[in-house]
Design a protein around this ligand. Structure first.
Ligand SMILES: Nc1ncnc2c1ncn2[C@@H]1O[C@H](COP(=O)(O)OP(=O)(O)O)[C@@H](O)[C@H]1O
Ligand SMILES: [Mg+2]
Length: 484
């Protein structure tokens, strides 16, 4: 036996635990990456959108003031200064340039925060768009510029610049990015660990099943798996495995009991022959005495050869190569033959032996010799177990069912019957209700086993019903036509 294959540890990348872990970790990582990255993008877009909306809104206010009250500089200044002062955390600055790009008006303190000459040159390169720009103290600004008509009808076209400090938002996004990488790194460490634990936990029952299987040999079929706490699929695997072991154990037991029985049954006649021969040879005998000894030796030899041919028959019947010699058989005629054969011994025992057959002929494709042997075994049992005055009836009938016609053969007697607890075992090899194996009651306990294997060969079955003190009925069912 070679366990090498299973004992060599598989390379780690081929283990189920590794594959599950890798799959789990990869899926987890992708999910976390997608979730955090998309949240980041949404957040950034939303912040930008709200800033741009604010800028457009301001632009609109200043434009309206310029168009409708072009001379009201105080109103304009007030508007710009007030709004700007109200916003402590998101400072914004407004500047107005005239047609010649000379500053007309600006939020106080703007020059300290922004490099105004750089702002002017940026404004010229993006006359109607929003752009980003750094302040003097490294702050981030979002700037929007637009032309504005002064007065209505317009007398000139000024340029408005609005800059808003977005450093807070930038800082928020930067913090978010840091967390993003930290979470990703954590995922990279934690997911494989958790995944590995989960995979190990899930695989443990499989390993336990493998360990049990490894311990099992023909001498140790006792081990079973305790599927407690197993997930459903593996519990059912373990149960199936246990059931298989039950069956194996049972058939191993049957085989070893069988060989012990064979040994016993072969030894008895051999010992008898030997004993008789030894006694006979111990001193000189008369011719009659020698004849007696030879006679009983012959009897034992016949018993022995019958036993051996029964055993051979059973062994052959189990081989898958066994072929039946099927031919159309008139079952009523076959039963008559059997009855004739056993008539003498039935008469000797004071038993009536009759056939009860339908008027219609029952013809089936059977192996004549084997079916004869099966019915013969049943009749010989009935004769052996029916007392004086009893009766034995052989019957047959056709039964038609959806699965095809079957022929039924029944052997019933009014004999001693079989106790209910023994009934399921009578088809076992060597099983006998009377275990004394006295020569008087005949057989070796193989008769019904042979009947059963003949039925199996034909694709039929056998049933037995019995009442102690009332009698026994054995029913054979055989398909009329051979299965193709
Ligand atoms: N017709 C029957 N009536 C009573 N007992 C029976 C009958 N047929 C079989 N048996 C019981 O079943 C046992 C097994 O039968 P069988 O296999 O033919 O073995 P054997 O006839 O060699 O004992 C018999 O020993 C007997 O106890
Ligand atoms: Mg028998």
């Amino acid at each position: 036996m070679s366990w090498n294959v299973s004992n060599n540890p598989a390379p780690w990348w081929r283990t189920l635990a590794f594959r599950l872990t890798a799959g789990y970790a990869l899926a987890g990582l992708c999910l976390v990456f997608l979730a955090t990255a998309s949240l980041y993008l949404v957040l950034r877009t939303e912040l930008e959108k709200s800033t741009d909306l604010f800028l457009v809104d301001k632009l609109h206010v200043v434009r309206t003031l310029l168009r409708e009250r072009p001379q009201d500089w105080d109103g304009l200044r007030e508007e710009i200064e007030l709004e700007s002062a109200a916003r402590r955390y998101q400072q914004f600055y407004i500047r107005l340039l005239d047609e010649h790009n000379a500053p007309v008006l600006a939020t106080p303190g703007m020059a300290e925060q922004l490099d105004l000459s750089r702002l002017a040159s940026q404004t010229q390169s993006h006359p109607t768009r929003a752009f980003s720009m750094r302040g003097r103290h490294k702050q981030s600004f979002r700037v929007t510029t637009a032309p504005a008509e002064v007065g209505s009808p317009s007398t000139s076209t000024d340029t408005i610049e609005i800059a808003i400090d977005v450093s807070q938002q930038e800082a928020l996004l930067a913090r978010y990015r840091h967390w993003f990488w930290a979470i990703l790194l954590g995922t990279l460490v934690i997911f494989p660990l958790v995944g590995y634990q989960i995979a190990r936990h899930g695989i443990r029952p499989v390993e336990e099943i493998a360990t049990t299987a490894r311990h099992i040999s023909s001498k140790n079929l006792r081990e079973r798996i305790l599927p407690e706490g197993y997930p459903f699929e593996l519990a059912s695997l373990a149960r199936t495995f246990n059931e298989m072991l039950d069956r194996l154990e049972e058939s191993f037991e049957r085989i070893s009991r069988f060989s012990a029985d064979i040994a016993h049954d072969l030894r008895t006649p051999v010992n008898n022959i030997r004993g008789e021969a030894e006694v006979a040879l111990a001193r000189a005998r008369t011719v009659d005495e020698y004849r007696d000894v030879l006679g009983s030796c012959l009897e034992e030899a016949v018993r022995l050869s019958e036993l051996i041919s029964d055993l051979l028959f059973l062994a052959r019947a189990e081989s898958p190569l066994t072929q039946l010699r099927r031919e159309p058989v008139d079952v009523a005629e076959l039963l008559d033959g059997v009855r004739e054969y056993y008539e003498g011994s039935a008469q000797d025992g004071g038993i009536s032996l009759t056939t009860a057959v339908d008027s219609q002929p029952v013809i089936a494709e059977l192996d004549r010799n084997l079916v004869q042997r099966a019915v013969g075994n049943l009749v010989s049992n009935a004769v052996a177990h029916t007392p004086v005055g009893g009766s034995i009836v052989l019957g047959t009938a056709l039964a038609t069912a959806a699965e095809g016609s079957t022929v039924r053969i029944e052997v019933s007697d009014t004999g001693e019957g079989i106790p209910a607890d023994a009934l399921p075992k009578v088809f076992d090899r060597f099983y006998r209700v009377d275990t004394s194996r006295s020569k008087a009651s005949g057989g070796t306990g193989l008769g019904l086993a042979i009947v059963q294997s003949i039925m199996v060969l034909h694709g039929g079955n056998v049933e037995i019903a019995s009442q102690v003190g009332q009698g026994t009925r054995v029913t054979l069912r055989l398909p009329v036509a051979a299965a193709r």
